[in-house]
Design a protein around this ligand. Structure first.
Ligand code: 13P
Length: 258
């Protein structure tokens, strides 16, 4: 059984001092007791990438990521960061296609495809985010919608390349302060659809959106779920460490969705 992914994106939060404090706390925690069966990861803002990389160290069991990267390796792309630059700064994961980037910054299925390819080209793990709106869900089109996003972004990959990709299903209606936590029942069908196509073929199938300390264990129990991608609950280190414990307990119980 592979490890359960448990990670956080800090989105556009944290000063360098806050980033340092969180990362030092994680570093100290992992030095003492690495939770077995869990793959931790953290995705700070670009400004904190090298700070967090320096604190965690190259051999950290926690993987470092960036929240976006361009598909070109270099060039006249003002305001963008490339995969080689992210790698140079210590990143091992590239988050791609978060719904906030699709909604506000013009991310499309085609740009997610290009970015997945760029990450793989440089040996980084693409963390592809997919998810449908409340309207799509209401119309009964969730599974079809997210499969279209995933198939489009992962088109043309070899089995070997696909096995390096992590997919995070994050329904838009469940994300952030305006979202509401999804129930386990609501997630069974989308994960059945994703699992039928990708379970065992990708490195992870994660759930994200209003994950908290009360629902994390139940979410990990959904068939095909092999990790959690978390915002607010993990922004305080204590919350993140508790999520690691919950996942470690789950991994230890042998109840992983697979
Ligand atoms: P919340 O956990 O704050 O809902 O955010 C989820 C998310 O968007 C992670 O990428």
């Amino acid at each position: 059984m592979s490890a359960l992914w448990v990670g956080t994106s800090w989105k556009m939060t944290k000063t360098l001092a806050e980033a340092r404090s969180w990362a030092e706390g994680l570093h100290d925690h992992l030095a003492g007791a690495l939770p077995t069966g869990v793959q931790p990861f953290v995705i700070p803002s670009f400004t904190a990438t090298t700070t967090v990389a320096g604190i965690l160290g190259e051999d950290s069991p926690a993987l470092l990521g960036v929240q976006n990267a361009h598909w070109e390796d270099a060039g006249a792309w003002t305001g963008e960061v490339s995969v080689p630059q992210a790698k140079d700064a210590g990143a091992r994961i590239v988050e791609i296609g978060h719904s906030e980037r699709r909604e506000h910054f013009g991310e499309t299925v085609e740009t997610t495809r290009l970015k997945v390819a760029a990450a793989l080209r440089h040996g980084l793990t693409p963390l592809l985010c997919i998810g449908e709106s409340a309207e799509v869900k209401k119309a009964g089109g969730s599974a079809e919608f997210i499969l279209r996003q995933a198939r489009g972004a992962l088109a043309g990959l070899s089995d070997q390349e696909l096995s390096c990709v992590v997919v995070a299903y994050e329904p838009i209606w469940a994300i952030g302060e305006k979202g509401r936590p999804a129930t386990v029942e609501e997630l069974v069908e989308p994960f059945a659809a994703l699992g039928a196509e990708y379970s065992g073929r990708v490195a992870g199938l994660l759930y994200g959106g209003s994950v908290n300390l009360d629902n994390a264990a139940d979410l990990l129990g959904i068939e095909h779920v092999t990790g959690l991608f978390v915002g607010r609950t993990a922004w305080q280190l204590e919350g993140y460490l508790e999520l690691l414990q919950i996942a470690a307990a789950h991994a230890g119980s042998g109840q992983v969705g697979g």
